[in-house]
Design a protein around this ligand. Sequence first.
Ligand SMILES: Nc1nc2c(ncn2[C@@H]2O[C@H](COP(=O)(O)OP(=O)(O)OP(=O)(O)O)[C@@H](O)[C@H]2O)c(=O)[nH]1
Ligand SMILES: [Mg+2]
Length: 277
Amino acid sequence: MGSLRRTEKAPLQPPPITGRITTRGIGVVLPAFNEEAVIAETVGKCAETLAVIAPDYEIIVVDDGSHDGTGAIADALAADDPRIHVVHNQPNRGYGGALLAGFAVVSKDLTFYMDSDGQFDIRDLVKLLELREQGYRAVLGYRAQRQDSTMRLLNAWGWNLLVSRLFGLHVRDIDCAFKLYDTELIRAFDVHSEGAVISTEMLVKLIRMGIPYTEIPVQHLPRLHGKATGAKLRVIVRAFGELLRLRSRLSAWAPTEPLTAGAVAAPSAAPSRVIRG
Ligand SMILES: Nc1nc2c(ncn2[C@@H]2O[C@H](COP(=O)(O)OP(=O)(O)OP(=O)(O)O)[C@@H](O)[C@H]2O)c(=O)[nH]1
Ligand SMILES: [Mg+2]
């Protein structure tokens, strides 16, 4: 469940980038809505880090119907680098729709997603990949020191409380946009949420499938560019509607596709953390 604490004692430091963590292929999905001020920097940092820690990578920028230069900047980056791809949603589909458009074109075994607004540090992916190498097929980041307003923290606390009551979901930071999944799991989830509840849908399904997962603290940086939208009344009201629809859809949901052998094997190292809803 979320916490109202804004800071913990020592500031979290990014892990050093010293060498390859995995030989697995990884697709990095970056949803972007009006992020012209920061998208090139985000993609550049991702490419630089991935080249060292996970060289078999692809970066997928999802320009979610942006009204600014985000799409053109992303197209220019893709024209220069075959590992960068751009999906244009036209019109805007919303956060969940942006992630779904990106997930649909991932061609690698692992899928990682991160906001493109500069509030996360891609170097933290080192920690998630190390845990994947230990056998966790889902590694969930949580923001140890959220850089949000008090109102935003209050909203998040209430939202997490509601979601944990409705779905029995006890994940530390449901909506932290820094998560790594096996692509096969994402396909099996058969996600439909186009809005903010997409993370809830994925996590409820993960837990119902009994997949071992783990959680790890990641940095959260202040938003320096673009507009914060998450605390707008319109956004919150829409999210409540989505949550209720999700609840009725999930009441009947069960995984249809058996996963490949070993899919639900427990990790080799640290104890698994499986919470069943
Ligand atoms: N707000 C919003 N973001 C979108 C949309 N589609 C894709 N995104 C991207 O989704 C990510 C998360 O959106 P943010 O608005 O940063 O949400 P947040 O980090 O929870 O909240 P703030 O940064 O405080 O507004 C960013 O990278 C956006 O560019 C959309 O329709 N609306
Ligand atoms: Mg943000």
